[in-house]
Design a protein. Structure first.
Length: 530
């Protein structure tokens, strides 16, 4: 494992391993747990890592061994219903109680010195927020890496079902804790059946051809409304609003949970909680592949500072972001910075200009056909196709609009949240609006920077005004490059296609094409730093 990455710090100790411990949950459910530890005399702090994805690869080497080598006890535990632990997997439901029960067990261990930290990515971040709802006094630091706190927002942000990521999570939660081979087989089945699954009518239940029955995924697909009682108590954002435990956050610009990382940071800062933010040029998975040396160093420095009284690995500024285009790291005092915002206006001839329009006529229109949905290209996915991609082929489609600015005479740095205000109408009243910011280079390649989607409910030909928030970004548009705004009616199968009938995308049995008209007064807003 150490040979896989360059730049990892030298180990301080040999790691020991005590597998298959049984930790009783409050209701007596056995939670299987492995204990990694430094083979050395003395007191060492403890890291709690709770996972629904098993205790083997990659968790054992990346969290168990590497952190034990650096002088930590590591408790790597399988969440209930996974990895041999008892009970039934019910994502999100049992994590607060099971986390508290595990801390109660830790207090009884002779090697536990009363100093506790938590660490982990994705769902392993969710269990950290679950413990932070009522943090035990021993909890002195958290390190949340590309972490989840709001499951509904992961599946439905913007009002559309995040189909491709939902299927990937269904495969991971169902098969990864069983071992590498079952997971690989499930992912291959999913890839083979992806087109049939994502175009099925109704969509709900179609995944069973690749994944079998996944009860919790079926429940997610049948409860799209955030106010549905199904979701009550599942979002843990409130934990950050009153937290005093020093917390490190790590995200990626192309991570499927980037929005949640920035939301966590904002809430922690408003609460006055000590926090640090690192955002790299990563997807959800590449943060733990190409990005692992930076992620590990950031996490290790934070945990040593707050659990071992060794601040030598903590950088002087609370925020560090990687700036795309410039391909350099930038240290900041806060996020977002406080730049001036600039507005760019689409014109009927496909240009993007700083000059506001003089009238309110329709700009242009296009036809979105859910039977031939606009495809997704790159973006914040959980699959190998995630990240920035060339959009040239996508933009050649008749159902994709582009508005392009003039060649820049000097670099333009965009750091912060990006959004577009659309004045838009449809003939059916039911549609989605997908917006993307692209960087067009001197060869004419249109490279995606960030994007977002919202569901539309319009009334006849009267334009409605809607804001499409895109993912925050840190990107430099070089001199000679052009800024491009891309507008379409969807991005399939990343998002479930809008059927155009008013039915939910997971239950729809019919499809209706829609004509979408964009009106003047629409505007792209960029947080521009000079």
């Amino acid at each position: 494992m150490r040979a896989t990455w360059r730049g990892l710090p030298a180990k301080r100790h040999r790691a020991g391993w005590e597998p298959g411990l049984v930790v009783p949950a409050a209701d007596g459910t056995p939670l299987l747990t492995d204990h990694y530890f430094p083979r050395a005399e003395g007191d060492f702090p403890t890291l709690l890592v709770r996972s629904p994805y098993g205790r083997g690869l990659p968790w054992s080497p990346m969290y168990g061994i590497l952190f034990a080598e650096q002088g930590f006890h590591v408790i790597l535990q399988s969440c209930r219903g996974t990895g041999g632990s008892g009970g039934r997997l019910e994502p999100w439901r049992n994590e607060p109680a099971d986390g508290r029960a595990t801390v109660s067990w830790l207090r009884q261990q002779p090697w536990f010195n009363g100093t506790l930290g938590t660490v982990g990515p994705s769902y392993l971040g969710y269990v950290q927020w679950a413990l932070a709802l009522d943090p035990p006094p021993e909890l002195k630091a958290m390190a949340v890496q590309v972490g989840l706190h709001d499951p509904h927002a992961f599946f439905y942000a913007g009002g559309a079902f995040h189909l491709e990521n939902a299927l990937a999570v269904g495969a991971g939660m169902t098969y990864q804790h069983q071992g590498t081979a079952p997971l690989v087989k499930a992912m291959l089945r999913l890839r083979r059946h992806l087109r049939d699954i994502t175009t099925a009518q109704p969509l709900r239940g179609a995944y069973e051809s690749a994944l079998g029955e996944v009860p919790w995924l079926d429940e997610v697909m049948t409860h799209p409304d955030a106010d549905d009682p199904y979701w009550h108590g599942i979002s843990l954002g409130e934990a950050a609003e009153r937290l005093t435990v020093p917390t490190s956050l790590i995200g990626g610009w192309h991570d499927a949970l980037a929005h949640q990382t920035f939301e966590q940071y904002g809430r922690l800062r408003r609460a006055g909680c000590e926090t640090a933010l690192l955002v790299g040029p990563w997807t959800h998975t590449s943060a733990f592949q190409q990005g692992w040396p930076e992620v590990f160093a950031e996490t290790l420095g934070w945990l040593r500072a707050h659990l071992c009284d060794d601040p030598s690995g903590v950088r002087p500024t609370p925020v560090r972001v990687h700036v795309g285009g410039e391909e350099a790291w930038r240290d900041l005092d806060d996020w977002p910075p406080t730049p001036a915002t600039t507005s760019w206006f689409p014109t009927p001839d496909g240009h993007l200009t700083r000059q506001p329009p003089a009238d309110s006529t329709p700009l242009t229109s296009f036809r979105y056909d859910p039977a031939d949905p606009t495809p997704s290209v790159g973006g914040p996915l959980l699959s190998r196709t995630a990240g920035s991609r060339d959009n040239s082929a996508l933009e050649a489609r008749e159902d994709v609009l582009t508005f392009t600015g003039p060649p820049l005479t000097e670099p333009v740095d965009v750091l912060g949240p990006v959004s577009v205000r659309l004045r838009i109408s449809t003939d059916t009243g039911h549609a989605d609006a997908f917006a993307r910011l692209c960087d067009v280079d001197t060869q004419g390649r249109s490279i995606s920077v960030c994007d977002g989607l919202v569901g539309l409910r319009t009334a006849g030909s009267t334009p409605s005004e809607v804001t499409v928030p895109m993912s925050p970004t840190a990107h430099r548009f070089a001199a000679g490059h052009r800024i491009r705004l891309q507008i379409s009616g969807g991005a399939h199968p990343r998002y479930a296609r809008n059927p155009g009938t008013g039915e939910t995308s997971t239950e729809a049995t019919g499809l209706m094409p829609v004509h979408i008209t964009l009106h003047t007064g629409s505007a792209l807003t960029l947080p521009q730093v000079r």
